[in-house]
Design a protein around this ligand. Structure first.
Ligand code: GLN
Ligand code: ZN
Length: 747
């Protein structure tokens, strides 16, 4: 039996981020709309033709977008935020909704399931659903004009409604409103020659998917009644589905993830749950990591699937949106490059399997198999670790540590501090780029960094902050910086992945065993400390965050990689302590977002996260104060884990949801040090003294004053220098007044 190959989505960004440059060029008036369209059409064409090289049976269309595919769908169905209504539905409106304009704030951005991609949240308040310009049909026709066999991709009604907010209608009412509109779009695509349409329903893999089963059944029955069922493939990814339920849906095929399902999708198939009159679209190549596939294991998986399915299509486990385009432009050591696979290499893996099964041509298969084996046997994967020799809990309990720390630090009532970074000004970025491209010497760059540190130590002293920071000017990104310095990580040249809109991140790749080989942050921290009598905090990124924001190894259990990173961070913590640094902050902003999609895995994830954090922070003496920092505001689910970190002080983002967060802290007795972010650093707006005073007073109703710190809610790297100075002065002045008023009141 022959197999087919397909794809679910391709990176929009382009090999050298052409997409970003085109869009940002339009935003800054460098290009007009026509030029933008021309550039994007060229890039779309390149993406389609690139995929065509790999002999796919069908190539996705509808994955390409001007900003975000969910926003495209909102515009298609006229789900326009109320404040943006009444204007022409065109590309400028699309950008306004995504980015905000002078009059109106942008729509919210939310993480796409458990990935680092963010979509624009559809807003239903007073929306008037109807069909707008059918861009999807245009793109499909365009692919056909290039002689590309394509299938349109559209997010399905259940997922679309689940991801949206607002409106007074029920979930079901919203779905029902959309169904006739979907029908019209789907029909237009079938009429234009689409053999099938990939209808993405990742909502069907989440914990609460069973709540939507009735609605899902009704929706797909509706499509089937209008004759569309035989053209629809329900595509899921990132977790397992309830296969018995999906089988009952009257559609042509089902797309399942066989990589991120913890083995459960295959188990259900082996239990006989697959209706084999349906085409099985099997996601067997990891669509969201950068490792070359264990091609032999994939061959065996196909053989197993063939015994249960009469019509098998193999494909990546999800859209390739989550990986970079191609390794061709990288200059990596062959021994490492052999182990990697970006988007085009993944399509090549599918092609190798297709040739093996359909053409009895095993040449490419054997080559990939040999590469995979060579990579797995590399010496950089065989370090020995003695995890048990490192402490996972502090010597004394918090109360005792606090006494030792208070005596040593002698901080005032309501101590003030910041989260670590100061503005990454144009100048800072230019110096770093010049240094990276060898346009200036190491010495010149170091001098510049020293000046910048000295300047900001003075600024912090003048403002009157109590605990100072060096400003993180030497860091491009809080994870990439550590990735560049730790053994076992590599940083690619063009390994960019879209995060939101035109913004891309370049996650470091953890390719081997992780090891600390030299101090990473000690010089800058010590230099800053040498300039002031106030304590300077050492600033590190924690193991959970480093792992979450990297491409992680998959040949080891995740927790083992995380613990390896933890040991490296522990070395750095000790190096700082050894040099006399009294406060060390280990940031974990990604701890919350790494939470698995299904709640049955939460406890295990959190246990391991807590263990790794403690592995990296518990070896210090009692009088060394460990801080941590987290962003995001929904802590409810993880508040116990946060407490278990046993950090002496935690600073968290709260200014955007003050009440909720304090509520979370009411539910447990949080008797460790805590700094609640008292103003929103994401906005250029300067807070007023009374806002800050009020925020502090409100928090003090729940939190013991002797444990309370005052700080902004995140790092200040994206703000302008004047904004930072002004806002921090307001913060310090508010605290001064509070200190005075309480002293006169209580003394
Ligand atoms: N220390 C980091 C900074 O200030 C923390 C950033 C973050 O929480 N994302 O930039
Ligand atoms: Zn933060």
């Amino acid at each position: 039996m022959t197999i087919k190959t397909s794809n679910l989505g391709f990176p929009r960004l382009g090999r050298k981020r052409e997409w970003k440059k085109a869009i940002e060029g339009y935003w800054s008036n460098k290009y007009d709309l026509e030029t933008l369209h021309q550039q994007l059409t060229d890039l779309h064409k390149e993406n389609l033709l690139l995929q065509k090289n790999y002999n796919l049976s069908s190539i996705p269309v509808g994955d390409f977008s001007l900003y975000d595919h969910i926003l495209d769908t909102s515009l298609l169905f006229n789900i326009i935020p109320e404040r943006f209504q009444g204007k022409d539905v065109d590309d400028d409106l699309l950008f306004d909704i995504a980015r905000g304009n002078k009059e109106h704030v942008a729509s919210a951005l939310i993480k796409w399931f458990n990935t680092n991609y963010h979509y624009i949240v559809p807003e239903w308040d007073h929306a008037e659903p109807k069909l707008n310009k059918n861009v999807l049909l245009d793109r499909f026709n365009y692919a056909q004009s290039l002689n590309v066999t394509a299938h349109p991709v559209i997010v399905g009604p259940i997922t679309f409604v689940k991801l949206s907010k607002g409106g007074t209608q029920s979930f079901e009412e919203k779905v029902n409103t959309l169904l006739p509109l979907y029908k019209e779009v789907l029909q237009s695509l079938v009429d234009a020659g689409a053999e099938y349409i990939q209808i993405d329903e990742p909502a069907l893999v989440t914990d609460d998917s069973s709540e939507y089963e009735t609605i899902t059944q009704a929706a797909y029955d509706y499509f089937a009644d209008t004759g569309l069922g035989e053209h629809l493939v329900i595509q899921t990814y990132f977790e397992r589905v309830n296969l018995k339920f999906l089988n009952g849906l009257p559609v042509k095929g089902l797309g399942l993830d066989f990589v991120h399902d913890n083995g459960f999708n295959l188990q259900q198939i082996e239990a006989g749950d697959l209706d084999n009159s349906k085409t099985l679209y099997a996601g067997i190549i990891d669509g969201r990591n950068v490792w070359a596939a264990d091609i032999e294991a994939k061959k065996e998986l196909i053989e197993t699937l063939q015994t249960y399915s009469n019509d098998l299509v193999i494909q990546p486990s999800s859209s390739l949106l989550h990986v970079p385009v191609s390794l061709d432009d990288e200059t990596l050591d062959t021994s490492i490059a052999e182990g990697l696979s970006f988007a085009t290499e993944k399509l090549d893996e599918l092609d190798a399997l297709r040739r093996l099964f359909n053409d009895s041509d095993d040449s490419k298969y054997n080559e990939l198999k040999a590469r995979y084996e060579r990579f797995q046997n590399q010496s950089f994967k065989n370090l020995e670790y003695d995890f048990d020799s490192v402490r996972t809990s502090r010597q004394s309990a918090f109360k005792e540590r606090k006494k030792a720390q208070d005596a040593r630090l002698n901080l005032p009532d309501l101590p003030t501090t910041t989260i670590g970074s100061f503005p990454q000004s144009q100048e800072v970025r230019k110096y770093r780029a010049d240094w990276k491209n060898s346009r200036i010497t190491d010495a010149a760059y170091k001098d510049f960094l020293k000046n910048e540190i000295a300047r900001w130590i003075k600024i912090q002293e003048d403002i009157g902050l109590d605990v100072l920071v060096h400003g993180e000017f030497e860091r491009n990104d809080m994870v990439e910086f550590f990735g560049e310095k730790l053994q076992g990580f590599l940083v690619t040249k063009y390994g960019w992945v879209q995060s939101y809109g035109s913004r891309a991140v370049k996650p470091p790749v953890i390719y081997g065993d992780v090891k600390w080989t030299e101090p990473l942050t000690v010089k800058e921290t010590l230099y800053a400390q040498s300039l002031t009598d106030k304590p300077v905090k050492g600033m590190l990124t924690g193991p959970v965050t480093i792992l979450n924001w990297s491409f992680e190894r998959v040949d080891l259990p995740r927790e083992e990689v995380q613990d390896q990173i933890a040991l490296a961070i522990n070395e750095e913590v000790l190096a700082l302590e050894n040099e006399g640094i009294q406060i060390i902050q280990v940031d974990e902003p990604a701890l919350r977002e790494g939470l698995p999609l299904r709640s049955e895995y939460h406890a295990d994830y959190l246990d391991k996260a807590v263990r790794s954090f403690k592995l990296s922070t518990s070896s210090v003496a009692d009088e060394t104060q460990i801080h941590t920092h987290m962003c995001y505001s929904q802590f409810g689910q993880i508040i116990h884990a946060i407490y278990d970190l046993d950090a002496d002080v935690i600073s968290i983002e709260t200014s955007r949801s003050h009440g909720d967060l304090i509520q979370d802290f009411e539910d447990i007795t949080y008797d460790l040090g805590i700094g609640l972010g008292v103003y929103d650093i994401h906005s250029p707006r300067i807070p007023t003294e009374s806002e800050i005073t009020e925020a502090i007073n409100r928090a003090l109703q729940e939190i013991d004053r002797s444990l309370f710190w005052v700080n902004p809610d995140c790092g200040l790297k994206t703000r302008k220098e004047d904004e930072v100075k002004e806002a921090l002065s307001v913060l310090v002045n508010s605290v001064d007044k509070l200190r005075k008023s309480t002293n006169t009141a209580t003394v």
